[in-house]
Write a protein that binds this ligand. Sequence first.
Ligand SMILES: [Zn+2]
Ligand SMILES: [Zn+2]
Length: 149
Amino acid sequence: MSTEQTANATGSCLCGAVQYQVNGPLRSVLYCHCEQCRKTSGHFVAATACDPTDFHLLADDGLRWYRSSPAAERGFCSSCGASLFWRPDSADRLCIMAGTLDRPTKLHAIGHIFVDMASDYYRIGDDLPQYEQNDPRAWVENGDSGNNH
Ligand SMILES: [Zn+2]
Ligand SMILES: [Zn+2]
């Protein structure tokens, strides 16, 4: 039996100065409409998450961290400006902006969170569940409490 770990997923920023690999499972995708996600991405975000111990950077030349709240930092590429990661200080998970994953992701979206903070120029047009904040029910699928956004 090989101990070699196989990448479950790979991803990068637009310019390639940040590249990563995930060797474990990825959570289903949540759409986050909070103000921080909107201000950093230009719209609402789609994010998956993994166990930080399964996450490996293959290139980090461009990676910078911005402290976006007292409880978390956001990883972005200082070269191309891509928004890539959200990392809580609790380190219980690493959130990854789903659009930075290489296709096929084999993931699917399961809900919207922080819809009470959504902007006013769009409507949520799908029938996925909507939660006002980071409702724990949105995380039930993976048994993740996920309430420290
Ligand atoms: Zn980049
Ligand atoms: Zn958010």
